[in-house]
Design a binder for this molecule. Structure first.
Ligand code: T46
Length: 138
């Protein structure tokens, strides 16, 4: 699986809360070209249903609980983003679904590339064929 759970550096200011941060290239293994965030999502909603050919991303949830299900074509794994200091690094070639387990949870993403619809694989059979072709070509 081309993913990694990371701890986002967090400074505890005591009674005044915490500050979490990461820096492109220093704390994540790519230069950040794009930030997007998903909000206003009703509890129980499922988003995703696609993979990327080249994109690397770090996902984090500053508020709420969001489950990320990753699938490499052979096996699936589930990661719960339920802590603002927890990040999920995802490399290319992984199918993902995101399930909202709490109303208004916010999913933030820092991405290695600008938005490009051509980088998406949005059909599961096409994803499996893409994975198999990758295995054939090493
Ligand atoms: C991903 C997961 C975690 C843009 O125009 N610009 C953007 O930067 C993005 C990310 C999306 N869009 C458009 C494309 C669609 O017309 O926004 C619409 C919704 O995107 P999508 O259905 O792909 O959203 P999710 O929540 O299923 O997936 C998103 C990211 O697209 C994807 O890269 O890995 O979050």
């Amino acid at each position: 699986m081309k993913y990694q759970i990371i701890h986002i550096k967090t400074i505890d200011s005591g009674y005044a809360g915490k500050l979490s941060f990461f820096e492109g290239s220093h704390d994540v293994p790519f230069e950040i070209k794009r930030i997007y965030y998903i909000h206003g999502v009703p509890n129980g909603s499922v988003r995703g249903g696609h993979a990327h050919k080249a994109l690397k991303q770090i996902l984090f949830c500053p508020f709420g609980r969001i489950e990320i299900i990753l699938d490499n074509g052979t096996e699936k794994t589930s990661v719960m983003l339920d802590d603002p200091a927890k990040g999920l690094l995802i490399g290319p070639g992984l199918w993902r679904d995101m399930i909202w387990h709490q109303e208004n949870s916010v999913l933030c993403v820092a991405a290695s590339e600008y938005y490009d619809e051509k980088d998406y694989i949005r059909n599961y059979d096409a994803f499996l064929a893409y994975v198999k072709a990758g295995e054939r070509h090493g």
